[in-house]
Design a binder for this molecule. Structure first.
Ligand code: M6R
Length: 606
């Protein structure tokens, strides 16, 4: 995820900005840049690759000035290049850095280009710089200009703006992407998190979604979306914050749930080649040689494999077996027709999964590691690597790593299907477009916390709960149940809805919570009648569903809806309310959300 830093009132600030960017390296990046104002002019340095390249460029020609902003970029819109690296400057007067996605950037860009604005990058972010130029040209002051810009843009963002016309302030705003303001003695700072600022100040103000602020050397003025000034209390952060901070959220898990639009967008970017097509990080020839896939993983990663099986088999017509890693390792599997193993692991260090991947290699299978930690053992030992770019996941309960895994697996399925001639370019592009829309839909689903809170309150009273799903939502039912049990210690089981009548329906009794997952897919009608049977026997149906599927249901006691989406993507989108439900239930119960009892983040024993 991109990193943002800034300083105002700090003598020759480019050095401290570079230090701040170094502290954000853990988020991952492919290019970086810093811009300052000096002698009434904007001075910019950008570099592709590691920060050492920016450092060298700054040593050659230092940037002077007491106000500046900096950025580490992970490409989403536009390839990795100097031109696409942030900061972006418009008309030599306004510089911006941005984290997130401006969803309506095409429309805005077309309007601005028609009005004579000249763009110099392929990014969505550059529209921000031009929008501020336009607003200042219209005579608006910084606060009014910001409101006008915020009114026009859609999407997730944290951004900072610096303008020649207002050389004593930084303008910042956030919605769904983190941003912290640091209050120093004679200077103020901004950073994607408090860690970026830990060498400068421990006094931090966290903006809330839709806030914007004017940051000057002597303090900050924060406003809510409607322009009302608001007091966001400063907090004193730990002297040496850990590797990652909570960004003002109560728990790492809550923060990581909110990071999913970014995690998905960056993982999609990692699976997109320089021509804008989905890629599986291997040649078409290598893809065509895949006859069958064994997927090995544990826990949440195992449920991701089970969802991916529906995609890979239906799109690419390649047989897939999903194996619990700890079981596969000690079996003597008959591997035909499988010639490829995919080991899926957030950490890349789960010993069960590593051993299963090694076992697959011994059995003669080529190996693909799908990991979130690029330096991990699985990444180093696999023949090929598929990266998720979710950034560090600290909460023991996996959230953003899961939806990032699903994103990468769906991209892989599409690339495999196209290489094998099972789908044509038009279908591949149509699915690609659906995946591109996903960060925004997930952003909308993140607005469900308040709707889910009373449901979580009820669920926290239960001793046991069932999760039901059909088709690709069946593995998601098991994942939802895992989230609930590991976080709130409530017994929960996930079943295939159609399997209920073969036994588990005996468990249904008056008021037993049944969390039902439903999408408008080919099995909706059958899934719905399975749920009706559970309801008729006293089960209390909590429906997590697409809006149009929910419209068919009249038997639920609580209905939580996500936006309508292509059925292929429904498991990714419906995962969001399932995570929020488990999170809020755990908060109600007062359990240790980030470190549930008996659990480790990375299980490196067998
Ligand atoms: O790092 P990994 O993906 O290999 O971890 C696998 C499981 O240990 C992990 O997904 C675990 O089930 C989580 N606590 C689930 O939230």
């Amino acid at each position: 995820m991109c990193g943002i830093v800034g300083a105002v009132g700090h003598k020759q600030c480019s050095d401290v900005l570079l230090d701040a960017l170094k502290r954000l390296e853990y988020r991952g990046y492919d290019s970086s840049g810093i811009v300052t104002i000096h002698d009434s002019a904007i001075a910019l340095k950008r570099a592709v690759g590691k920060l050492v390249n920016l450092d060298l460029a700054l040593k050659e020609t230092p940037l002077l000035g007491d106000i500046g902003i900096g950025h580490t970029r992970w490409a989403t819109h536009g390839g990795v290049s100097n031109e696409n690296a942030h900061p972006h400057v418009a008309s030599g007067r306004v510089a911006i850095v941005h984290n997130g996605i401006i969803e309506n950037h095409r429309t805005i860009r077309a309007r601005l280009e028609a009005a004579g604005h000249q763009f110099s990058s392929d990014t969505d972010s550059e529209v921000l710089a031009h929008l501020f130029v336009e607003a200042f040209d219209a005579g608006l002051d910084p606060a009014m200009a910001t409101r006008q810009v915020l009114d026009e843009i859609d999407g997730a963002y944290a951004f900072a703006v610096m303008a020649i016309d207002h050389p004593d302030l930084l303008i910042v705003a956030r919605n769904a992407s983190p941003l912290a303001l640091g209050i120093g003695d004679d200077a103020c700072y901004i950073g994607s998190d408090a860690i970026a600022l830990s060498h400068l100040t421990r006094k931090v103000v966290y903006l809330k979604d839709h806030d914007y602020a004017l940051v000057r050397a002597d303090g900050v003025s924060v406003y809510q979306a409607d322009g009302t000034p608001v007091n966001r209390e400063a907090v004193i952060v730990a002297a040496s914050p850990g590797l990652v901070d909570k960004g003002g959220y109560r728990h790492y898990m809550e923060k990581e749930i909110h990071e999913q639009p970014d995690a998905i967008a960056h993982s999609l970017a990692a699976m997109t080649n320089e021509y804008g097509r989905l890629t599986a990080q291997m040649s078409d020839e290598a893809l065509r040689s895949i006859d069958g896939i064994v997927m090995v993983a544990a826990g949440t990663s195992h449920y991701a494999t089970q969802i991916a099986r529906y995609w890979i088999e239906s799109l690419a017509r390649v047989p897939v077996a999903c194996e619990v890693a700890s079981e596969f390792h000690y079996r003597q599997p008959a591997t035909a027709p499988y010639n490829t193993a995919i080991a899926i692991s957030q950490s890349g260090e789960s010993l069960d999964t590593l051993m299963a991947m090694r076992h697959a290699a011994v059995c003669g299978l080529q190996t693909i590691g799908l990991v979130n930690v690029p330096s991990s053992t699985i990444a180093r030992e696999a023949d090929f690597v598929l990266p998720t770019r979710a950034g560090p996941e600290i909460g023991v309960a996996s959230t953003k790593a899961f939806t990032a895994q699903l994103t990468v697996l769906l991209c892989f399925a599409v690339a495999l299907a196209r290489a094998k001639g099972q789908i044509d370019e038009a279908r591949a592009e149509a699915i690609h477009a659906e995946i591109q829309a996903l960060p925004s839909l997930v952003g909308k689903a993140l607005g469900l916390f308040d709707a889910i809170r009373p449901v979580a309150h009820q669920l926290s009273q239960a001793k046991s709960a069932l999760y039901l799903g059909r088709g690709a939502l069946y593995p998601l039912a098991m994942e939802g149940a895992l989230k609930l049990k590991e976080l709130s210690y409530i017994h929960a089981e996930g079943f295939a809805s159609g399997e209920m009548k073969h036994g588990p329906i005996a468990l249904i009794e008056e008021d037993l919570p049944v969390v039902a997952l439903l999408a408008a897919d080919a099995v909706m009608a059958k899934a719905s009648s399975n749920l009706r049977e559970a309801s008729a026997r006293g089960g209390k149906i909590i429906l997590l569903s697409e809006a149009r599927a929910a419209a068919e249901v009249d038997y639920a006691s609580a209905v939580i809806t996500v936006p309508d989406v292509d059925p292929l993507l429904a498991p990714i989108l419906i995962a969001i309310p399932a995570q929020i439900l488990a999170y809020l239930t755990a908060v109600e119960k007062g359990t240790d959300v980030d470190q549930p009892r008996n659990l480790a983040k990375s299980v490196t024993v067998e």
